[in-house]
Design a protein around this ligand. Structure first.
Ligand code: ZN
Ligand code: ZN
Length: 468
């Protein structure tokens, strides 16, 4: 039967008319514009702009928690830097923000084996005050298991959720294994828990807890919520396995308030201002534990360096807009504020927010009519070791809602294998950035911009259209 089916399929294929067969032939190779290739290779070999930006931002400002005085200093730093680099229309677009900041925090097993555990509060955690809370631990291996537990089993206890996140190149584990952090606190609160600790959403085995945002759903009373470092979560699992009741004392002091954040915007004006611009960016805010080098100092550095390299080459046809979004971490607030304030159309948008390791894939959401243009970008990126992914989907953090609303987007995917070793930990520092991989990122963004923005006219050129 199988053989007959195969034969029928082969005969069927052979009987197809010629045009259908022609569709299966590989598409002809796409030649890359020499000016685009030169810009790409120069960035890949020599770019220092990105390093200069991320080194400066992480050294002169350091951590930049959303809505904090440090984030305001970072905006001032960004404005000065973007002006010094020669961008036009450099300005801040402020927006109000509900803030949350961390105070003293500690976790300690009181019984049966007294010892301290490494913990960090999650964003929007309720404050225990310095007195802390004490309770018996009830453990689950997933959010679903917590969801299924009877309220009576959870009430008055401290919930612990374990999981087994593993590293992946595309970082997809973050979506799946992030559930304990994102949904666990709300569910635990609704079931009457007095607190919750989760295994960090991380892939390392350092004693660094990974913080990150969670938001209590409407109606759920905020409770103290923290993340244990991976080794400490594993330690707690071993203690629980001894079968005796485990008592935990949790001190998570924090403060909620009102503040201001803002997006920093800069332009490289195109020769035809009537054309929709190309937007590139990253986010300026960071968590408070490290200095926000990979998340996301590198991102603003990569996007800005690429735009600066186009500026050095001359004037593109289309305007390039660079945005350093504020307050991405607590809930994409910079992207949402930008979307609310800007109704003008964009030719394309891309955001770098996944560290500084090599880009390995590019996805497009430019629409079916622009597939050839997407292929041209793919061809320009191929020599950097970047494969072309899909033509109907691209994502980004701050720009995500705009792409979802129909804005054309491009997603340049960085290798995420080691991203969640560092993400939202004290270890997110400048030394983790590899200069060569950072340059490869800049090269990819530069090549993409060079294709998207149209011919770049060198200031020395006399005739319109003469390319560098
Ligand atoms: Zn980020
Ligand atoms: Zn982040």
């Amino acid at each position: 039967m199988v053989r007959h089916a195969l034969l029928a399929a082969l005969l069927g294929a052979a009987a197809l008319p010629f045009p259908a067969l022609a569709q299966t032939a590989p598409p002809p190779p796409i030649s890359v514009d020499r000016a685009v290739a030169a810009l790409r290779d120069e960035a890949n070999d020599r770019d220092d702009y990105a390093w200069d930006i991320v080194e400066g931002l992480t050294t002169e400002v350091g951590a930049r928690l959303a809505g904090s005085a440090a984030e305001a200093r970072a905006r001032d730093w960004a404005v000065a830097k973007l002006r010094a680099l020669g961008f036009s229309n450099v300005h801040v677009e402020p927006f109000p923000l509900k803030t949350w900041s961390r105070g003293y925090e500690a976790a300690e097993i009181l019984a049966p084996f007294p010892q301290k555990l490494a913990i960090a509060a999650l964003g929007n955690s309720a404050s225990t005050g310095m007195a802390g809370v004490t309770g018996q631990v009830i453990a689950f291996d997933s959010v679903d298991a917590l969801r299924l537990a009877p309220d009576s089993a959870v009430r008055g206890k401290i919930v612990f959720i374990d999981h087994h996140m593993i590293p992946t190149q595309d970082g997809s584990g973050y979506g799946q294994f992030g559930a304990p952090r994102r949904q666990g606190p709300t569910i635990a609160s609704q079931k009457g828990a007095i607190g919750i600790v989760v295994r960090s959403i991380g892939t390392d085995h350092h004693r660094n807890p990974h913080t990150g945002v969670q938001s209590f759903a409407d109606g759920a009373t905020p409770i103290p919520a923290g993340a244990l470092s991976v080794p400490d979560a594993e330690q707690l699992v071993r203690v629980l396995k001894r079968g005796r009741p485990v008592t935990l004392h949790l001190t998570l002091v924090s403060q909620a308030g009102e503040g201001t954040s803002g997006n920093v915007v800069a332009d490289l004006p195109g020769r035809d201002p009537s054309l929709p611009p190309v937007l590139v960016g990253g986010h300026l805010d960071s968590w408070d534990l490290g200095t926000g080098a990979i998340d996301d100092g590198a991102g603003v550095a990569i996007a800005t360096a690429a735009a600066k390299r186009i500026m050095d080459a001359g004037r593109p046809l289309r305007t390039i807009r660079v945005v350093w979004f504020g307050s991405e971490e607590p809930g994409l607030f910079g992207g949402l504020a930008y979307q609310a304030a800007h109704k003008e159309p964009y030719y394309a948008m891309a955001e770098s927010d996944f560290g500084a390791d090599r880009i390995w894939k590019v996805n497009f959401a430019l629409g079916a009519a622009r597939k050839d243009e997407a292929r041209r970008i793919g061809a320009a990126l191929a020599p950097l070791g970047i494969v072309t992914g899909v033509f109907d989907k691209a994502d980004g953090s701050d720009i995500g809602p705009m792409i979802e609303a129909g804005a054309p987007g491009i997603g340049l995917s960085q290798d995420g294998t080691r991203y969640f070793d560092l993400h939202h930990t004290p270890d997110d520092t400048l030394d983790k950035i590899d200069k060569d991989q950072l340059r490869q990122n800049v090269a990819a963004y530069t090549a993409m911009l060079a294709v998207l923005t149209g011919p770049i006219v060198h200031p020395g050129a006399t005739k319109e259209g003469k390319r560098r």
